[in-house]
Design a protein around this ligand. Structure first.
Ligand code: PEP
Ligand code: MG
Length: 610
């Protein structure tokens, strides 16, 4: 039972402090999820042992926490009632017990006590509930009647139900931390990660995930340091532990010494100083020494990131992952809501292009996390190969049409480009074209303005699209290569699986040849080819991408000055020669060696520091 004994420690000096003090320093290794170094106390969410989630709240967060608790009570009651309705026949004893549990859920002893503790002690609902249980237990211990005393087991049962509701069906990501924390969890949903932005979160640590898992991608976009794929971190780290999170090298120091803390702070200072030096490039053109222009645009997930897009001097938005606007909501967003988001983006960046990708759920952005009961039943055995992205949009036409109407309407206000994810067949594209044609006709009939020449492109992110790139290129206005998925589908490596993360190799010659083939097919049809996978923002890999002739690289905004510096120190000839050589390589090691050599002679001292 989580909590009864633990609540004893709530009263005095916190258990967290004692734990942190008597722990030996320990270093654990994971995968760098997002750069940066932070030092702070851990909050472990959804621990897998009997440990409780516990943290202090800000005053303003109290009411929301009490409401969350009430929601958990309502849900637990509904669940018990549903269960009760399934019992048939002569089971009067069982039914009586269930009725008493339902009544107990409404017992003021637990309810009021918990709500009061949330407020008085400014603690989260799980912790308050466990403290309330402890107080109830003390009362039961004094009851002489053995029968009544034994009823405490029922109280415990009901409290357990509530704890389950709070951790599983309640709010997934806690809000209102009273002080900045490093959040540790087995994994986070994309919506959790986005929520961290508005919370006092210094950085985060997960057990699952790889460099291109969406948890890591969002962390980078939000500028929150993260380490992912740390084995058993939720077991090894306890709430209250002091940690250093080194997102540059994918390292975590548990209970670090003062010397270690100073060392890491210095290391971070140097990295930051270098990034500031790079800000000099923000206002310069993205071109090589001999004048070849390559658009360096931004990948964003939420509209707030627009500030970063303009600050880092992006040449527009190369990828807006529109699905994040669906995950954060209680209900699926309606046309007006979507329209206003897209319109704001387009107006803010006009005349630069804003490329908005239609809903791309699936893989590690599970469709069951979408609002609404409809998707709750979508449990797929292999979501990465399932009803993902455009496949879901084509099945859920109303959902798709709502988004397309919003996109087309927003196109009247600037340069909006529509990007279709995971196209793997020509027939899929044809179906989408038909739907877009129909939506255009409807808008025309309604007298609603839109851009009739709106550019429509596809993500090239499955091997079949690469193979058919010549055919697909004839049908669209641009390509955007999604290497995050292209790598996973061509090398058969789950991009979010920490066990095979080392084999996920963007520099595998097979991947580079696919990029090259797509660029050639696109250019042969006279369309532009962009690349928006994570490798676009990696200065170590960018030279080969530039040499392969991509017209645009789209990346997290803060990476733009790094890549621009590289571009401005290169000539198109040197880049093309490098790519030609690399295309002959037999494996990723050879590719790396050539890139190392190139950077050593073209980027010098800077290469060492980036
Ligand atoms: C990609 O697959 O490379 C991509 C940019 O899309 P996402 O990471 O959202 O799947
Ligand atoms: Mg993708």
């Amino acid at each position: 039972m989580a909590g009864v004994e633990e609540t004893e420690q709530v009263k005095g000096a916190t258990r967290e402090d004692t734990q942190a003090a008597d722990r030996e320093p320990e270093t654990l290794y994971g995968i760098s999820g997002s750069p940066g170094i932070v030092v702070g106390r851990a909050v472990v969410l959804r621990p897998r042992s009997d440990d409780l989630v516990r943290y202090r709240l800000e005053k303003e967060a109290i009411q929301a926490e009490q409401e969350r608790f009430q929601e958990a009570v309502d849900q637990a009651e509904q669940e018990l009632k549903d269960l009760r309705s399934k019992f048939e026949g002569d089971l009067s004893d069982t039914l009586t017990i269930m009725d008493s549990h339902i009544r107990m859920l409404r017992d003021r002893m637990i309810l009021d006590q918990t709500a009061n503790l949330i407020e008085q002690k400014q603690i989260n609902a799980e912790w308050a509930l466990s403290r309330a249980l402890y107080l109830v237990k003390k009362k039961f211990d004094h009851i002489a009647d053995e029968y009544i005393r034994d009823r405490f087991a029922d109280v415990e049962y009901v409290v357990n139900l509530l704890q389950e509701q709070l951790s599983e069906h309640g709010q997934q990501f806690p809000t209102g931390f009273a002080e900045p924390v490093i959040v540790v969890s087995e994994d986070f949903t994309p919506a959790d990660t986005v929520r961290m932005q508005s919370e006092k979160v210094l950085g985060f640590l997960t057990e699952k995930g790889g460099t291109t898992s969406h948890t890591a991608i969002v962390a980078r976009s939000l500028g929150l340091p993260a380490v992912v794929g740390v084995e058993n971190i939720t077991e090894r780290c306890r709430t209250g532990d002091m940690i250093i999170l080194d997102g540059y090298d994918g390292r975590v120091c548990l209970s670090p010494t003062m010397d270690q803390q100073k060392l890491y702070q210095e290391y971070d200072r140097q990295h930051r100083a270098f990034s500031e030096e790079l800000s000099w490039y923000i206002h310069l053109a993205s071109e090589t020494l001999d004048g070849l222009r390559v658009r360096l645009s931004a990948n964003i997930e939420i509209p707030n990131e627009i500030e970063g897009v303009t600050y880092y001097g992006a040449d527009g938005i190369g990828l807006f992952r529109s699905e994040f606007g669906y995950f954060q909501q209680k209900h699926l967003p309606d046309e007006e809501t979507l329209f206003s988001v897209y319109q704001d983006l387009v107006i803010a960046l006009d005349p630069q292009p804003v490329t908005i990708r239609t809903l791309d759920v699936g893989g590690d952005k599970l469709a069951i996390q979408l609002p609404g009961n409809k998707f709750k039943a979508l449990h797929e055995r292999n979501p990465a190969l399932g009803l993902r992205s455009i496949r879901l949009s084509l099945r859920e036409k109303t959902l798709f049409v709502t988004q397309l109407r919003a996109l087309l309407r927003a196109s009247a206000f600037g340069r909006l480009r529509i990007l279709l994810p995971l196209i793997s067949l020509l027939s899929e594209l044809k179906q989408v074209q038909e739907i877009i044609g129909q939506v255009m006709m409807d808008l025309t009939d309604e007298g609603v303005p839109f851009d009739p020449d709106i550019e429509i492109g596809i993500m090239v992110e499955v091997p079949s699209a690469v193979t058919m790139a010549d055919v697909l290129a004839a049908e669209v206005d641009f390509f955007s290569i999604g290497t995050n998925d292209l790598i996973q589908y061509s090398l058969a490596i789950d991009r979010g699986n920490e066990y095979v993360a080392k084999m996920y190799d963007p520099l595998h010659p097979a991947v580079l040849r696919m990029i090259s083939r797509t660029v050639e097919a696109g250019h042969a049809q006279g369309i532009e080819v962009a690349l928006c996978g994570e490798m676009a923002g990696d200065v170590f890999m960018a030279p080969v991408l530039l040499g392969l002739g991509l017209d645009e690289l789209s990346m997290r905004p803060s990476a733009i000055p790094h890549v621009k510096r590289l571009l401005r120190h290169s000539t198109s000839r040197r880049l093309t020669d490098l790519a030609k050589q690399i295309l002959k390589c037999g494996d990723g090691m050879e590719t790396r060696a050539l890139l190392d050599c190139y950077l050593a002679s073209n980027a010098g001292e800077w290469r060492e520091r980036s």
